[in-house]
Design a protein around this ligand. Structure first.
Ligand code: ADP
Ligand code: GLC
Length: 487
């Protein structure tokens, strides 16, 4: 099967969140299942720099009259073992040649022409499904998140009039980011008028890329089974739950996995001290090194709670702040790496200043440091308000840091709460709470301390978590079966 994967980011070339991790791992996982996979990406500087031996495949015109060149080449940074990943990249400097974040300017404002920048991505996919490259034609287009959500609409329009039917899969990584634009931009999208309707991409008078993906994709997936159910309710549907309920037969959840080449404490090139489930001395060394690195008291007995996250309300950061006293009064420590909302950044900086030996805050984005944190951490905090999948709780599990999560979305699908029953049957892997409220979160923190005092139980729970594979083979198998059923 010839599958075109379409996304705006891809690890390790360009990453703002979990989407990049998934986009970077899925191609080789699908290749291992026998798929013929290529990826399509916008020509951001970091992506063009990673494209090796590029050749020009062709050019297509955008609805607003800009020429976009499609270049083809290899992505050695994403290739694994003997599997090379090949990519098409859209070369349009006017759209993509901007430094920094792919979606917003230095003042954190979305670029005013984002609808054009990502409409080009959708049309690029449709062209590659319909012969732009005479040597390779996609049999199915799989696009990710709103940036690539116009692809299913472009394909549906093309399918209706101009060529053989090419099915599409659209994966929602986060329904809260929708790509909504003023209606006057609709003309720039090059889609027929009927697409601007309730059955199409019209959303409360505006145009929504997310809705285009949901309306026109042959099949919709989410990145966890629980999230697929949650988004069909008004509470989590972001105004699209009615549409999603209507498409329930074509909506399913496939749980994300963890790329073992990148996230494995036994081989991780970012770590000084390697460890695995049978030999945990490296973990203790990593913890001491981490405490020293960030200026916390070096103390093996103090449980180290950590956060590696975008600092937003979605990620439950207000709960982390409100529960800090609980951690400190019991002799714990907190380390936070992240950036995002200015108010949250300031609040964490303030706490670090007030408790220099017990709280550390590093503002920014630092991939290598994130690895060292999971390796040294005792508890990974992910108390999200909503969470389509969440990757950091899985990284925590693999690195022997017990996740403390809210029972929502992919967090509910990946962490088993510790109670007498789950301790007894050895299924416990972390701490799970229900209400997005300081009381319930605080109780989970206290349970973490209670288990930490029972060190042999703690170690057993940690071992259970470290043994979970979260392997890409089974996720890729689910995607492959889905593609087969659609082609
Ligand atoms: P989301 O995509 O919603 O932000 P995920 O848990 O799916 O959440 O993925 C987040 C990814 O980004 C993980 O790989 C995590 O390690 C990484 N990450 C988040 N914040 C930072 C940061 N400040 N520095 C380094 N890596 C980060
Ligand atoms: C999104 C979600 C996150 C998920 C990631 C990768 O960013 O917020 O929950 O893990 O995509 O699918």
């Amino acid at each position: 099967m010839r599958i075109l994967q379409v996304s705006a980011e891809i690890f390790p070339l360009l990453k703002t969140g979990g989407l990049a991790d998934i986009a970077g791992a899925l191609p080789t996982a699908l290749q291992a299942q026998g798929c013929d996979v290529r990826v399509l990406l916008p020509g951001f500087p970091a992506i063009l720099a990673g494209l090796k031996e590029p050749v020009r495949v062709g050019v297509f015109g955008t609805p607003w009259g800009e020429a976009v060149e499609v270049r083809y080449g290899a992505l050695p940074a994403i290739s694994q073992n003997d599997q090379t990943v090949y990519a098409y990249v859209l070369v349009a400097p006017g759209l993509y040649d901007r430094p920094g974040n792919p979606y917003e300017d230095a003042n954190k404002h979305p670029y005013a022409d984002n609808h054009r920048r990502f409409a080009a991505l959708g049309w690029g996919a449709a062209h590659l499904a319909h012969g732009l490259d005479p040597h390779w034609r996609a049999e199915l287009v799989h696009s990710h998140d709103w940036h690539a959500a116009l692809a299913p609409a472009c394909l549906a329009v093309w399918n209706a009039g101009m060529g053989p039917r090419v099915p599409s899969v659209y994966t929602i990584h986060n329904l809260a980011y929708q790509g909504v634009f003023w209606p006057q931009h609709f003309g720039d999208l090059g889609l027929p008028g009927h697409v601007f309707s309730v059955q199409g991409m019209e959303y409360f008078g505006q145009i929504s890329f997310m809705k285009a993906g949901l309306s026109y994709a042959s099949h919709i997936t989410t990145v966890s089974p629980t999230y697929a159910r949650e988004i069909q309710t008004p509470e989590q549907g972001c105004g699209l739950d009615g549409l999603l309920r209507g498409r329930a037969q074509s909506l399913s959840g496939i749980l994300n996995a963890v790329d073992d080449h990148v996230w494995n404490p036994a081989t991780d090139s970012q770590l000084e001290h390697h460890f695995d489930v049978r030999n945990m001395t490296g973990k203790a060394r990593n913890k001491a090194a981490l405490q020293a690195e960030v200026g916390l008291t070096v103390d093996a007995e103090a449980p180290l709670f950590t956060v590696v996250s975008r600092l937003t309300e979605q990620k439950g950061m207000p709960l982390v702040l409100s529960g800090l006293a609980e951690i400190l009064s019991r002799g714990g420590q907190l380390l936070v790496l992240g950036n995002g909302d200015t108010q949250l950044e300031q609040a964490f900086a303030l706490q670090a200043k007030a408790h220099p030996k017990k709280v550390a805050f590093r503002m920014g984005y630092d991939e290598a440091f994130a690895h060292r944190i999971f390796a040294g951490s005792d508890v990974t905090l992910v108390p999200s308000r909503f969470e389509p999948c969440g990757l950091t709780q899985m990284y925590g599990l693999k690195y022997g840091s017990l996740p403390l999560v809210r029972r929502v979305g992919g967090l509910a699908d990946t962490v088993t709460d510790t109670d007498l029953e789950t301790l007894d049957d050895q299924s416990a892997t972390g701490f799970v709470f229900d209400d997005f409220h300081a009381d319930d979160y605080g109780r989970a923190i206290r349970r973490a301390f209670a288990l930490y005092r029972r060190r042999s139980d703690w170690n057993r729970v940690r071992q259970t978590g470290m043994r979970i594979a979260f392997d890409w083979a089974s996720a890729a198998q689910h995607y492959t079966n889905l593609y087969k059923s659609l082609i």
